[in-house]
Design a protein around this ligand. Sequence first.
Ligand SMILES: [Zn+2]
Length: 334
Amino acid sequence: MIKLEVKLPIQALQCMALLRRLPRNHPQRPTIEKDLRAWLKGYYGEKDADYYLSFLPEEKYLIFHGLRLKDKSHFQMDLLLISTYYALIIEVKNISGKLIFKKGSNLVVRQIDNKEEGMDNPIQQVKRQHIQTMNWLDKRRLKGLPLESLVMISKTSTIIETTPDNYQIFQQIIYAESLLDKIDELEKKYQKPRFSQKKLLHLSDTLLKEHKIAVTDILQKYQISQSELINSVQCPRCKCFQMEYFSANWHCPQCKSTSKVAHLQTVNDYFLLINQTITRNQFSQFLQIESTSKAKHLLLALNLPSSGSKRGTIYNLCILSPPNENDSKKGEIY
Ligand SMILES: [Zn+2]
C-alpha cells in the first residue's frame, strides 16, 4: 500500500517557477533547464519503480516515496518499504550512459557522449541513509526490524562497469526489472515477523508525522536577485504576464481570456522562489494589484493560516492547487 506517493520534487517545481519568471535571455536559464531535466529524470525513475512495486501484495508492504527525516541532519530516501518482517531503503537512479565504479571510491565516473563526469557514489549514499535510518529508529524505540538497502538503476540501457575485485557491488545495485527477484530473496532471508501489525502501523504514522519537505533558497543557489523576476499574474492560456483583476475575474490584455484562479500559480511561485510567508503588501506587489481592497479580498479568500493583526498580518504559504475552473464558476470561492 502506498503511504506516501511519488510527487514532482519541490526542486523541480522551483526550477519551473524560475523559468516562468525569468526573462528569456537570462544567463542562468540553460543551467536551470539542465537541472530541471535531471530532477524530472529522477522523478520518472521513481514512477518506473512504482510499476514494479504495484506487483507486491498490498497488505504486506507499506511504501513511502521521498521521505525526508531528521537524524543529526536531514536525510531523504527515494523509496522506503516497510513490512512486519523487514524494511528496505532504495536509492533510485535514472541515469543514461555508463557508470564506472572504482573500488573504495566515493566517486563514480559517468560516461556519456564521449564525455566523463564524476558523481556521488550511490552505494555510499544509500549506506549513509541506512545508518541515519537505524539511528532514527533507535531514538524512537522502534528498533528490531532488519533494515536492508540497495541502489536501483531504472533503465537496463545504463551500463554498470567495475573491476573483478569489486563485483560485490552487484549485491547492492540492481536494475529495476530485477526488483521483484530481490524482494523474493529478502523474503526468504527474513521469514519471521519482527514487528506486530500494530507496531508497523505506529512506525508508519511516525514516519509520516516526521516527514518534512524543505524549500531551499533557490534564488541564492542560482545567484539571482528578486528584482530580476517578472512580477504579476500570468495568463494560463497565452502565458503572457500583466493580467488585470476587475469584476471578480483576472483578464488577459493579450488573448482576452478570463480566469478566477490565475493568481494561485503566482502565489505558488512566490512560495517556491521568495518566501514561505507573505504580507498583504508583498502580495499586492508581487501580483501587481494596485487596489488595497482587491488585494485584501483575494488574500483573505485563500484562507491561509496567519499570525499578527491588521496590516502586519503574516500569512503562511503552502502549495495551492487550483480548483477546476468550471467548478469554481459554480462555487465562486475566488
Ligand atoms: Zn492570455
